[in-house]
Design a protein around this ligand. Sequence first.
Ligand SMILES: NC(=O)c1ccc[n+]([C@@H]2O[C@H](COP(=O)([O-])OP(=O)(O)OC[C@H]3O[C@@H](n4cnc5c(N)ncnc54)[C@H](O)[C@@H]3O)[C@@H](O)[C@H]2O)c1
Length: 251
Amino acid sequence: MTQLNKIALITGAAGGIGRSLVQVFHDAGYHIIATDMAAQPQDLHCTCYLQADLARFVEDQVYASEVISAIRKTLHGAGLNTLINNAAIQILGGAESLSRQDLRTTLDVNLLAPFLLTQALLPELEAAKGCVVNIGSIHARLTKKNFVAYATSKAALAGMTRALAVDLGPRVRINAIEPAAIETAMLKDGFNGKPELYRQLEACHPQQRIGQPEEVARLALAISAGGMNFLHGACIGLDGGIASRLFDPDC
Ligand SMILES: NC(=O)c1ccc[n+]([C@@H]2O[C@H](COP(=O)([O-])OP(=O)(O)OC[C@H]3O[C@@H](n4cnc5c(N)ncnc54)[C@H](O)[C@@H]3O)[C@@H](O)[C@H]2O)c1
């Protein structure tokens, strides 16, 4: 891998938004180190694909060292320009039904893995004057029933983004993107056979639509590119205006 090109490490690269992140950063000339617990999808434009489980990465120190070594090996001593903490899980359940394991796994993947990856790769990020982009969610601020585990993890990810910005100071920039509903295959599957509900979902966004994965990826690229150095500790909503809307009944 040459240091002529910028290098991005993207987690959750096999998922709906992850694939767009890989494509958009690839098109912008980045070398991509892609990682996911799932097998490498065909036609993913990455320089290197590492299959790794981030829940295990958090719980198993030996495994974590192996994953970091594998990442360092692919870097060949180069710096890391962008770390995109995109992988996440969404375990639905309310106060009565969520298990300890549900909460632990959610916090491991959605919160602790982003922290521990950032921590482990600080030397490489600093060497490249790089940045971290955490993919959060509108659920950090506004949520609904049965999203307790996910919403808690994304709220904590926002807090971590701000706290690390203060802690790291000028060494490594860190920001978060907080999308509302994004049109991924998984989201569409959830509305299979329910076209009216899907239309309602679109209609409750002031822009009358939900977001596209490429919009998340393009914002991540803009944050990572040069000229945004003062953007630090920000949690940026990408929500078609829905977070500005009151759902009180009209009278
Ligand atoms: N799709 C949406 O509507 C939406 C909205 C707001 C925020 N987000 C956020 O965007 C990001 C990407 O979501 P997506 O919609 O592409 O979801 P997705 O499920 O399609 O992708 C998530 C990826 O993370 C991977 N992953 C999950 N657990 C893992 C683990 N233990 N180790 C390694 N990889 C693991 C999965 O294999 C998957 O490929 C997530 O952080 C999600 O919270 C999505």
